[in-house]
Design a protein around this ligand. Structure first.
Ligand SMILES: C[S@@+](CC[C@H](N)C(=O)[O-])C[C@H]1O[C@@H](n2cnc3c(N)ncnc32)[C@H](O)[C@@H]1O
Length: 312
């Protein structure tokens, strides 16, 4: 107990450790209160397989470009071997770790990072720039930099473990410091749904600004539902973080999420696709096939790829 306290102070510093301790106590006191207060709040459930099919049909009938995405188990394994993530990343949950690695693999493939890895020794490798938007505590860009790729992670809040690395930067992704047309590829792993308020729309504009012509932004997973909704964790439920018009559900079991948005087909088109297309982006939605072959508990289903036109 004393050792673990000392380890925390060494790792996060005195102020952050005190803050974490305070939050733990606050959580212990407030959780029972909120549980009681919101005992009748509707709980969130992921769409069933049948509902995912229904959403796919809705995308088709809306005229969205919907493609299938098949990933070979061997290619996924080769990625894990070639660019190994540190063992501490989701070390507590092998199923979740596999899901997270899969999301990174999809981003890697769709941002053509394999070409960048192969070309990393070449003279123009330094002109290549990849952004992990809302990278949080992911070691991904550290792994990429160790393999010769110029990669930067940005997030509203920096993880203390990466603060000392110049390629982890604290920044609002809707208004970044990057020059116009300076970025080759962008991806968001399990993050876009957390862009609360207008930030999902503003991120589209910022990606259009900073991507080079022909560059893509990948959203993986793209969370969808049969109806426009989302969930808030206990401490945020009913406090106005949900989008107006979206059904707000509660999610128990973990804290820290003001609102995690799930689009229905209409809202996806209204908020994201039309805005991107109006600015010259080509939008493709992918539905992941044969998930069971990629490991237990894979939940990623939709992926959104938006590519900036070459002539802009
Ligand atoms: C679930 S975490 C992302 C997990 C991470 N990508 C991974 O794969 O481990 C969601 C993150 O989105 C970040 N975020 C939300 N809005 C943002 C914004 N406007 N700009 C940058 N980051 C943002 C939050 O700070 C949070 O760290």
């Amino acid at each position: 107990m004393v050792l673990s306290l000392l380890e925390k102070v060494a790792r996060y510093g005195i102020r952050a450790s005190a803050g974490k301790g305070y939050n733990k106590v606050k959580g212990l006191v407030l959780e029972p209160y909120y549980r009681h207060k919101h005992r009748r709040a509707p709980s969130y459930s992921n769409p069933s397989d049948g509902e995912l099919k229904q959403i796919e049909e809705g995308l088709h009938s809306h005229g969205n470009t919907l493609k299938t995405l098949t990933i070979s188990r061997e290619d996924f394994q080769e990625f894990k071997d070639r660019l190994p993530f540190p063992s501490y990343y989701f070390s507590h949950d092998a199923v979740l770790r596999n899901e997270k690695l899969l999301e990174h693999f999809i981003a890697y493939e769709m941002c053509n990072l394999q070409d960048a890895v192969s070309a990393s020794a070449s003279a123009n490798a330094k002109d290549f720039l990849y952004l992990d938007v809302a990278g949080s505590g992911s070691p991904w860009v550290q792994v990429l930099n160790e393999n010769g790729i110029n990669a930067v992670s940005i997030d509203l809040q920096l993880s203390p473990s990466f603060r000392h690395l110049e390629f982890y930067r604290e920044m609002d992704a809707t208004k970044t410091d990057f020059d116009a047309a300076s970025v080759d590829g962008i991806s968001l792993q399990c993050a876009y749904e957390m862009f609360i308020g207008d930030n999902d729309r503003l991120l589209v504009d910022e990606c259009v600004r900073i991507l080079k012509p022909g560059g893509s932004v990948i959203i993986v997973p793209l969370y969808m539902h049969t109806h426009y909704c989302g969930y808030s964790t206990l401490e945020y439920y009913g406090k106005g973080f949900a989008d107006p018009g979206a059904t707000e559900y509660i999610r128990l079991g973990f804290p820290g999420v003001p609102f995690s948005r799930k689009y229905d087909v209409e809202k996806l088109n209204e908020r994201v696709i039309s805005r991107a297309e109006q600015q010259g982006m080509a939008c493709e939605i992918y539905a992941l096939q044969d998930k069971d072959s990629l490991g237990e508990g894979v939940y990623c289903h939709f992926v959104l790829k938006m590519t900036k036109a070459l002539d802009t």
